[in-house]
Design a protein around this ligand. Structure first.
Ligand SMILES: Cc1cc2nc3c(=O)[nH]c(=O)nc-3n(C[C@H](O)[C@H](O)[C@H](O)COP(=O)(O)OP(=O)(O)OC[C@H]3O[C@@H](n4cnc5c(N)ncnc54)[C@H](O)[C@@H]3O)c2cc1C
Length: 411
């Protein structure tokens, strides 16, 4: 067993949140190490909708302008309810923020990774457990290859099945009860697609399809539908995923069926959805000593408001700001960059992490509650229940775009 000291901040997970956290810390002159279990930095989930609050966070990270070049601006949205025979029963506008674009996840991951100092990310590093050494007060991270790393601060950005969240003492994320499966894919149109720069959501019974152009050739789409017993087998084979999705959209308009039929098979993925209930966000303690969590590890939500990724970027900005405020400056002359030392006193770090948790708790609670209520409304079979949930939503969230107007502040 190799025992290697690292000593500073270790981030578990190199997804959107882990890379954003490392980049935010780097922008504040703080070094960190990202441990990612996969062989390469991967971007599960094809694409991600980014609205004004997410763009604000990307701007703080210094990657907004390059990412703007990769995706067209979306002008408006619409929700279509389909009746029998794929006829449009009702159509209404869907709010989109001032800046709404759909980014390829791979572009987002690449933009953040390219801005990190060399050696920040270690792939093939699966963290199995995190334990506090009661003598040195360092955290010991055991990796699947037997290595033990020591760190002063551990930030769990390891997604919905987080081992760090487990160590912090959080309850595991839950499966959504109803429309619990989401499929996502790209369709490439060699001669350009004919869709306007519009985010369209179509609902038919319990199937929901979203479509948004990334560029003039590329369209991102997602489908949510009730989970079936075959889903765990299907999800391993893109051909089977496609067959199953063709079946789900058989009563949708022809252009939707064509879009799914002509999708890029290697981009298809099918996921069972998990979430952290809103009351967990109020009640759980998201810090244990110098260990905390961010991103889906803290606040996994259903995809009903397309905010999980943006909220993860906000976490990163706030966490780096809170840590930086508590650290002393010093100049690393060799690297010619201003770097900050992690204080020896754990209390200072704990204070910084507590401030971070305090600042993020209520924001993430409201996001989770909003998404939770929307999911309950969509899945309710009784009209009375639907109306009650709608009333609660309109009382609690008078401005349907409240979540997009939020700004996480400067780094
Ligand atoms: C269907 C669907 C659609 C969505 N659409 C949107 C959208 O349009 N807009 C939006 O903002 N959000 C969206 N989201 C939410 C968004 O995808 C997530 O909130 C976001 O990806 C969370 O990022 P993360 O880095 O916290 O977790 P993840 O992306 O899950 O990354 C976790 C990383 O940690 C690694 N890891 C896990 N365990 C370990 C370990 N033990 N050791 C080392 N590494 C580990 C994983 O390999 C992975 O790379 C959607 C979610 C779903 C399910």
């Amino acid at each position: 067993m190799e025992n290697s000291a690292y000593g500073e901040i270790v981030i578990v997970g190199g997804g959107i949140c882990g890379l954003a956290t490392a980049l935010a810390l780097h922008r504040k002159g703080i070094r960190s190490l990202v441990l990612e279990r996969s062989e390469n930095l991967r971007a599960t989930g094809v694409a991600i909708i980014m609205q004004a609050n997410g763009w604000h966070a990307l701007h703080q990270l210094g990657v907004a302008s390059s990412l703007r070049q990769t995706a067209i601006p979306i002008q408006r949205g619409k929700l279509i309810l389909l009746s029998e025979g794929s006829e449009v029963e009702r159509e209404r506008p869907l709010g989109t923020s001032k800046e709404f674009r759909c980014l390829k996840r791979a572009d987002l991951i690449k933009a953040m990774a390219e801005n990190l100092p060399e050696g920040t990310v270690r792939t093939n590093c699966q963290v199995l457990s995190v334990k506090l050494d009661p003598v040195t007060y360092f955290q010991h991270l055991t990796l699947s290859n037997g290595t033990i790393l020591q760190a002063k601060v551990v930030i769990g950005c390891d997604g919905v099945n987080s081992v760090v969240a487990n160590m912090v003492g959080l309850r595991p994320a839950r499966f959504l009860l109803f429309s619990t499966c989401a499929a996502r894919g790209f369709t490439y149109y060699h001669d350009g697609h004919q869709f306007p720069a519009e985010f369209v959501v179509m609902n038919k019974d319990q199937v929901r399809l979203g479509r948004v152009p990334v560029s003039y050739n590329l369209v991102y789409w997602f489908i949510t539908r009730p989970r079936t017993n075959q889903d765990s087998t299907i999800s391993k084979d893109p051909v089977l995923i496609k067959q199953s999705l063709m079946d789900s959209v058989k009563d949708f308009p022809t252009h939707v069926q064509e879009m799914v039929k002509n999708c890029e098979l290697n981009t298809l993925n099918l996921t069972e959805l998990k979430y952290r209930p809103p009351w967990d966000l109020l009640l759980e303690n998201f810090r244990r000593g110098t260990v905390t969590v961010a991103g889906d590890a803290m606040h996994a939500t259903g995809p009903f408001i397309a905010q999980g990724g943006s909220a993860s970027l906000e976490d990163a900005v706030v966490l780096a700001r809170c840590l930086a405020q508590k650290m002393q400056n010093h100049v690393d002359k060799k690297a010619q960059v201003k770097e900050r030392n992690i204080p020896n006193n754990n209390n200072v770090i704990e204070e910084a992490l507590s401030e971070y948790v305090k600042e993020r708790r209520m924001r993430n609670f409201w996001l989770n509650l909003y998404s939770f209520l929307l999911e309950k409304k969509i899945s309710a079979r009784s009209l009375i229940v639907k109306v009650i949930i709608l009333t609660v939503i309109s009382v609690l969230f008078r401005d349907p775009d409240w979540h997009i107007h939020y700004r996480c502040g400067t780094l």
